[in-house]
Design a protein around this ligand. Structure first.
Ligand code: AVJ
Length: 391
């Protein structure tokens, strides 16, 4: 069961309890219903009935009028469906206060192109420094990994960074994972052509949810490759959760090679996410175009401006869209109100001192074997092994 379906049932249970207990609780039920994306409680009671049977009859009678005016709509789709799952995930975020959109929605075709442009900006130091670390320590890194391993890259996208380690590590197989099927297949095929003999075995998968655990791997004891500080998009608790999944998949013989951005001078961080050419701003605002296209909507890109700052307390860059004109817009069959000054959170990008990060990894059953950094310590590349003994 998807987490959303689970929480919907939880919410329905909450309604159940409320219905059993008292009558003057309409507002609470309504709040619960609204939090699930329903206008009124009528539909919710009917869906509830479908799942759990009859409602207490007095309650039903007193809410009959509400129920009348709403068409039947299923809460839980009989067959999981990617589009519905996305719609429901996006709505869930936009119904929160403050509203939020998950950063994976940045990456439609235009978003990916804009991100590519970001990676070439002088201000955005991450790719440059990471590549520099790989070129400085290539031999050392390859030696740690060894040869003939199964290499898995979650969110591989363009499959470019694995080239830093090729042909030296000559893997048994390279398994790039990505949600964007066409992009993935195209780039995997290109890589296969550039490296004859390399087995490229792409998997379409959203590594930010549980579906990653269902992927059948071509070999055992894989080494995960997660560069670019992509891990920064997870909340620290979610980092532990994600790495625990990697730990399970790697068994006792695998590894994790990961790139993590470090805490540094906040001026440097600020500029990296507020480039003077406005590429990051365009990238941020593009998420609204993407959602409109994906889910059918008229979210208004022109009514928002880019906001990015370093939140020193939390150790993260925050990206938001600030509403500059009050309006109503619809998306995925719902009208949403936006007021002037309101922020939609689109991304967190967490920064870690190496020892902070290895403490998180430890809570996922991983121990830091190696750390490679540039002179300025702007970026870390780390190699983790499964911790077999914990004390
Ligand atoms: C892809 C998550 C590593 O957080 O630096 C770049 C995304 N957002 N500029 C980052 C991003 C704005 C990037 N990561």
């Amino acid at each position: 069961m998807s987490p959303l379906a689970f929480f919907r049932i939880k919410r329905l249970n909450q309604v159940h309890r409320t219905l059993l207990n008292a009558d003057p609780v309409k507002t609470l039920i309504k709040e619960v219903a609204i939090a699930s994306g329903f206008r009124q409680l009528g539909q919710l009671s009917r869906d509830y009935q479908k799942m759990f049977g009859e409602l207490p009859s007095e309650t039903l009678r007193s809410h009959k009028n509400h129920a009348k005016s709403f068409p039947a709509r299923k809460i839980i789709a009989p067959q999981p469906n990617v589009a519905n799952e996305m719609a429901s995930e996006v709505l869930d975020g936009l119904l929160q206060k403050p509203k939020r959109i998950a950063p994976k929605y940045f990456y439609d075709q235009r978003g990916s192109a804009l991100f590519d442009t970001i990676t070439k900006l002088d201000e955005y130091y991450i790719p440059r420094i990471e590549q520099h670390i790989f070129s400085l320590f290539k031999r050392d890194i390859c030696e740690e990994i060894g040869t003939a391993r199964t290499i898995i890259e979650p969110g591989a996208g363009s499959c470019e960074k694995i080239k830093w380690l090729l042909p030296d590590i000559s893997p048994a197989a390279y398994v790039p994972m990505d949600i964007s099927e066409s992009h993935l297949r195209e780039n995997a095929a290109k890589l296969g052509l550039a490296y004859p003999g390399l087995i490229v075995d792409p998997r379409v998968c959203d590594h930010t949810n549980d579906t990653m655990l269902d992927i059948k791997l071509p070999g055992s004891s894989p080494v995960f490759f997660y560069p670019g500080s992509s891990i920064g998009n997870f909340e620290p608790e979610a980092v532990i959760d994600f790495m625990r999944k990697l730990r399970v998949m790697m068994g006792s013989g695998g590894g994790l090679l990961i790139g993590v951005d470090t805490k540094k001078n906040s001026e440097v961080l600020h500029t990296a996410y507020n480039d003077p050419k406005g590429v990051t701003a365009a990238f941020n605002i593009n998420v609204l175009h993407h959602l409109n296209h994906l889910l059918g909507g008229n979210l208004k890109p022109d009514y928002f401006e880019h906001v990015a700052f370093y939140n020193e307390n939390c150790g993260r860059i925050e990206m938001h869209l600030r509403c500059v004109k009050s309006h109503i817009a619809h998306i995925a069959g719902m009208d949403l109100e936006f007021s002037v000054g309101e922020l939609i959170n689109t991304e967190y990008s967490y920064k870690y001192h190496p020892q902070e990060f290895s403490a998180l990894a430890q809570r996922a059953g991983l121990r830091m074997k190696r750390l490679w950094q540039d002179k300025q310590r702007y970026f870390s590349v780390m190699y983790f092994l499964p911790a077999l003994l914990t004390v």
